[in-house]
Every structure is written in C-alpha cells, then in structure tokens.
Design a protein around this ligand. Structure first.
Ligand code: G3P
Length: 223
C-alpha cells in the first residue's frame, strides 16, 4: 500500500517542531546550511535538539564540494546518528559522492534539484530522496509541475524506490498541488507550516455562530 503524503519541516526551530508533533503530522526534518547558520548555535546541539524533539529522520547537508570530502562529511553525519539522512547537492561531484554513500548503506537526499535529469540520475545512483526546489524553479521562469508529474510517472514506471520531497515551497497552493500530483512528501518552512494550520475565517465565523445559538439551549450537559 502506498504511503500517505508526508509533511516534514524545513527548520531548526524546536517550537515549530513541537507544534507539528502535537498535531501528529510530522514525519521528519530537513535542514540546509543557511538554516544551520541562522540558528546561531553549535552544530552538535542543533542536531541533538532536532533528533530529540521528534522521532523521524533529520537531513543534514554536506558542505564540501569535493567528492571525497563530501563522502567523509556524510560518514561523519551518519556516525553522529543513524537517523541522519545525508543531503548532497546534485553536482557532478555530488552525484558520485551520493553513490559512494549509498553503496555504504548511508541514506541520502539529493538536493538543490532544478531539472528532472538531476533527479533521474540521483535516483539511479541510489538516492533515497530527491528534493526539487519548486519556488526557485518558478523564479527561473520555469514550470515545476510538469517536471514533478513526469518524475512521479518515471519513478513509478521503473519501480524506483526514490521518494520525491518537494522543497523550496512558499505557498499553501503549492503544497496542495504537490499533494494532487501525489509526490511522496513536502518540507515546509515555519511560516508555511503555520499557514497550513491557521484558522480559516469562515470556519471561525461558523464556530461563533454555533456558540451564539448554543447559549439558548436549555441544557447543562457540558457543564
Ligand atoms: O531546504 C532547502 C529548501 O527548502 C530551500 O528553500 O526557500 O531557500 O528556496 P528556499
């Protein structure tokens, strides 16, 4: 049976993580070097928090751009915790590093993906996840949706186990579109997660109306 859509958080913010855990929708955490830099804490305590406050995997990106160093950094990350998925930017060197990591049984996410050929190569090289950068693709004036549809179809066609994780998302509509296409999951920044769960004003109005009418019901049932 197919997994339901997964929601991950693209964050190092423990409060957002706790909130997502409370509503029961969190499957994992993605990070990137910018998020780690913004957290202004040492790397170990950031990773410890991300592993402590939720039960899913945590993706952490290698920093080097050289194959052997990427491999070494990936090994270091995985030895820190086997719940870490090594994020590898899909350059030519990255593709090679990703394959070497995959051969050692270290889970990987190919990232900074802009073109279907990168996702296909990453999947064939053994990536567990590919992360297409949806908003950044749109910013280039290109349409990410046919690419996602085509990748979904291709991966199904060849029964590739690689999962598509929509990243670089800015809007609720983009999340809904990802769900409609049926990609494996999405990773949401704090503000987008807040938008996904925020109160919708017609719902709030409806609830107020029910509350007003309930005042006239002659019952002490809920008291
Ligand atoms: O985790 C990386 C990805 O989500 C990047 O997003 O908003 O910097 O394009 P953004």
């Amino acid at each position: 049976m197919r997994n339901p859509m997964e929601i991950w958080l693209d964050t190092t913010n423990v409060k957002t993580i706790q909130k997502a855990v409370r509503v029961g929708i969190l499957s994992g955490i993605t990070t990137n070097p910018s998020l780690i830099a913004q957290a202004k804490k040492d790397m170990e305590s950031i990773l410890e928090d991300l592993l402590h406050y939720q039960e899913g995997p945590v993706t952490v990106q290698v920093i080097s751009q050289e194959t052997n160093d990427m491999l070494q950094q990936g090994q270091m990350l995985y030895s820190f915790s086997n719940r870490i998925i090594v994020k590898v930017p899909l350059t030519k060197n990255g593709l090679e590093a990703l394959h070497l990591l995959a051969r050692q049984g270290i889970p990987t996410m190919a990232t900074v993906i802009f073109h279907p050929r990168q996702a296909l190569m990453a999947a064939l090289a053994g990536a567990n996840y590919v992360a297409p950068y949806i908003s950044r693709i749109e910013k280039l004036g290109e349409n990410p949706w046919p690419m996602l549809e085509s990748l979904t179809k291709t991966f199904q066609q060849y029964q590739l186990q690689t999962k598509i994780m929509g990243a670089s998302l800015n809007s609720v509509d983009q999340v809904i579109k990802c769900a409609e296409i049926g990609i494996y999951g999405v990773t949401l920044k704090d503000d987008l997660f807040e938008k996904m769960i925020e109160d919708y004003s017609p719902t709030v109005e409806g609830v107020h109306q029910f509350a007003d009418e309930w005042e006239h019901v002659p019952t002490s049932f809920f008291n």
